[in-house]
Design a protein around this ligand. Structure first.
Ligand SMILES: Cc1cc2nc3c(=O)[nH]c(=O)nc-3n(C[C@H](O)[C@H](O)[C@H](O)COP(=O)(O)OP(=O)(O)OC[C@H]3O[C@@H](n4cnc5c(N)ncnc54)[C@H](O)[C@@H]3O)c2cc1C
Length: 411
């Protein structure tokens, strides 16, 4: 994040997180990328020990009572480790949001606190084989039987399918109601009827145990219901804030890491007797990367401030979606520039750019694809613009022949 906009406390948080990130063993990153690790619990435990998980949540449950403007500072730092570790850092923030906003005091005590203490690990199970973008088309069913719900269905692409203790699962509890009004959210503990049957071979973002989960008559106590029965739409919209803010802020770290590797390389590598950074074809890519990264940072920061200040939820939704889309697109462009600047060696595993490139490809797809982000951005913009009683200048009248009403044909 830009120094000038950080408070002294945020700078301290940045330095604290940076020190943690510096100490993460290189071997862990490489072993995860080689799929030799399926869920690095010790990484989550280390974060918890340093009190770095769920920074936004109240101190009484183990958070630090901070805001989004603070959490994004830590996220950018963790982001330089790549998508997998940034995701494992983010999951307590994402699932924790549902528990924090919708959980009862007992539920927070039972799950939020141990999650922030690193005693329990969490995953979120939204996506189904039939589609992720059409979330409200969820087909996993939870039938009520006395004091329990019985879950049947499947979820796929769940990070932590292998390794997490708890899953936040969305299931249909009213088959007659319209899709949005018939879903409920549950905490499902790993156990009987919860089976992981496929762990994916991924292009990048490896080592997080991303798999497919089957629920076959999984019995979930009613007290595991998060939020109102059939009221999961609200939980979902709330969770999409951390879901997308964590992707956006983590992307800044990956972009920064790639840019720094490339800029240093360009200052050492020579061609035609000169440092390659002296070629416009190289240094303009560096300039574009810096500019895009700073623009992405400001958009992420703007979304964070809007959330912290309690701005209109629709405007926040638009800004969060813009931040996710722009920061992840930026990371992809910056890492591609970096690979181009490194030339052939950038395509090898002598430098980490190829791993970061594989990692950043995902972030334009998950937590809502960037096409879905565009869908939300334009929807919320039209809603705001067309629903507004304007007090601003009517710019349409600033045309020489603005009064030619018969020329203004719309149908
Ligand atoms: C490695 C990995 C980890 C993941 N982790 C998790 C996780 O932990 N938990 C979880 O629940 N999910 C997770 N996901 C799922 C991810 O969020 C979904 O893959 C994503 O939301 C897209 O859903 P889909 O793959 O079903 O694609 P689809 O929804 O089938 O979309 C296919 C294409 O159609 C486009 N499209 C669809 N609808 C529209 C529309 N209305 N307008 C414009 N374009 C549209 C999409 O943009 C996309 O290009 C993960 C995915 C991967 C690959």
């Amino acid at each position: 994040m830009l120094d000038a906009i950080l408070t002294p406390e945020q700078k301290m948080l940045r330095d604290e997180t940076r020190a943690f990130v510096k100490g993460v063993p290189r071997k862990l990153i490489l072993d995860m990328d080689a799929d030799q690790v399926h869920y690095p619990r010790e990484f989550v435990n280390d974060l918890a020990e340093r009190h770095l998980l769920g920074l936004r949540f109240p101190v009484e449950y183990g958070g630090r009572g901070l805001g989004w403007s603070d959490e994004i500072v830590a996220l950018e730092e963790v982001g330089i480790l790549g998508t997998s570790l940034a995701c494992l850092y983010s999951l307590p923030s994402i699932v924790g949001e549902a528990l924090h906003v919708f959980g009862t005091p007992e539920q927070k005590e039972r799950w939020l606190r141990p999650v922030l203490e690193g005693k329990l690990t969490v995953a979120e199970a939204l996506t189904e084989p039939r589609g992720g973008s059409d979330f409200f088309g969820t087909t996993t069913v939870a039938r009520q039987e006395g004091d329990e719900f019985v879950l049947d269905g499947q979820k796929r692409f769940v990070v932590g399918a292998e390794g997490a203790d708890l899953f936040l699962v969305y299931a249909r509890t009213n088959l007659e109601a319209k899709s949005r009004k018939g879903l409920s959210a549950f905490i499902v503990e790993r156990g009987h009827g919860v089976d992981v049957e496929h762990v994916y071979g991924l292009l990048g973002t490896r080592g997080g145990g991303t798999g497919r989960i089957y629920f076959r008559g999984a019995r979930v106590p009613r007290k595991n219901l998060i939020g109102p029965l059939n009221g999961a739409a609200e939980v979902f919209y709330q969770m999409m804030i951390p879901e997308r803010m964590t992707s956006a802020a983590g992307a800044l770290g990956m972009a920064r890491a790639s840019l720094e590797v490339a800029a240093r390389y360009s200052d050492r590598r020579k061609a035609f007797g000169q440092k390659i950074r002296s070629f416009e074809g190289v240094n303009f890519k560096v300039a574009d990367s810096i500019t895009q990264l700073d623009a992405a940072r400001m958009l992420v920061y703007g979304a964070a401030r809007s959330l912290d200040l309690g701005d209109d939820p629709h405007r926040c939704r638009r800004l969060v979606s813009e931040a996710k889309k722009f920061a992840t697109d930026t990371a992809w462009q910056v890492v591609n520039h970096a690979m181009q600047i490194l030339g052939g060696i950038g395509y090898t595993n002598v430098y980490p750019i190829e791993r970061l490139l594989r990692d950043t490809r995902l972030i334009m797809i998950w937590t809502g694809t960037n096409e879905v982000m565009s869908l939300i951005i334009q929807h919320e913009y039209y809603r705001e613009l067309l629903g507004r009683r304007d007090t601003a200048r009517d710019i349409e009248k600033d045309a020489t022949e603005a009064d030619q009403g018969e020329e203004k044909v719309y149908e």
